[in-house]
Design a protein around this ligand. Structure first.
Ligand SMILES: Nc1ncnc2c1ncn2[C@@H]1O[C@H](COP(=O)(O)OP(=O)(O)O)[C@@H](O)[C@H]1O
Ligand SMILES: O=c1ccn([C@@H]2O[C@H](COP(=O)(O)OP(=O)(O)O)[C@@H](O)[C@H]2O)c(=O)[nH]1
Length: 233
């Protein structure tokens, strides 16, 4: 089992695949998946994307750096939304970020993160890496290392790593176990190369699983075989 886990959630977990905004049923499902992990006793950190609101690449009429800052603000919106629904359902959480000092957001302090976990809070990291030109996959890898996670779970729309994009190639084959090096060399685009590289450097395992498979996150945290795992050689 894993005791300390960083879960990367796509923004689309807020609304359902291919949709936009927030959908009550999707958010209920999300709260259920995270509650299961919290009730199991794991320390949970979350990095959430903003694909349900805005991705920088969607705005081609303004400079990338500015579009990406709008994207990062989207992650702050999602983090606060998540905190709100967690609160409603009795899940204790704290939002931390370096890019926003709103009344419900705290700055990131390493010492405090341990205190939050000791007190049973879910820690939601908002604002990506704080830098344009990156994505929340890279933010997830950085925050996972910073919070001392034992594993990074990428909860996404496919049930693992394939030899090519399974959404585009129906005969793609699943790879249940691989190394960071292999993921980078073969250009497997389920995650950013920067994220693979950071996790590889700090020997942090990555599990890629299907968020829409009920209970998959909990099973992965319990140490069961779910999705694909990326490990050192
Ligand atoms: N080799 C691969 N194995 C699995 N998925 C892949 C691969 N290459 C591309 N993908 C695609 O990557 C997607 C996950 O990445 P991304 O869209 O960034 O997810 P998220 O929105 O969860 O961050 C999958 O839905 C899949 O279509
Ligand atoms: O460190 C970061 C993280 C995110 N973003 C911006 O925020 C958007 C939303 O993040 P992401 O695409 O990772 O969301 P997801 O696909 O996971 O929902 C990105 O498209 C980028 O524009 C950024 O500039 N720097």
């Amino acid at each position: 089992m894993y005791r300390r886990v960083l879960i990367k959630l796509s923004g689309e977990t807020m609304c359902g695949e291919g949709s936009r905004g927030f959908d009550e049923k999707s958010v209920q499902y999300l709260v259920k998946q995270i509650s299961q992990a919290v009730d199991f006793g794991a320390n949970i950190g979350i990095v959430i994307g903003a694909g349900n609101i805005f991705r920088g690449e969607e705005l081609s009429n303004i400079p990338y750096a500015i579009a990406d800052q709008i994207g990062m603000l989207g992650t702050v919106i999602n983090a606060l939304y998540l905190k709100g629904v967690f609160q409603k359902h009795g899940v204790k959480s704290v939002v931390v970020s370096q890019i926003s000092n709103l009344p419900s957001i705290r700055p990131i302090h390493y010492d405090d993160i341990n205190l939050y976990f000791d007190a049973g809070y879910v820690v939601i990291f908002a604002g990506g890496t704080s830098n344009p030109f990156f994505t929340t996959d890279t933010a997830a890898a950085l925050r996972a290392v910073e919070m001392g996670a034992e594993v990074l779970i990428k909860a996404t729309k496919v049930d693992g790593v394939y030899d090519s994009d399974p959404k585009k190639n129906k005969s793609a084959k699943k790879i249940e176990r691989l190394s960071y090096q292999e993921a980078i060399q073969r250009g497997l685009k389920v995650m950013d190369m920067e994220a693979f590289s950071i996790c590889g450097r700090y020997k942090l395992p990555i599990i890629v699983l299907n968020f829409f498979e009920d209970g998959a996150i909990l099973r992965a945290i319990r140490g069961e075989n779910v999705g694909s795992i990326i490990l050192p050689d």
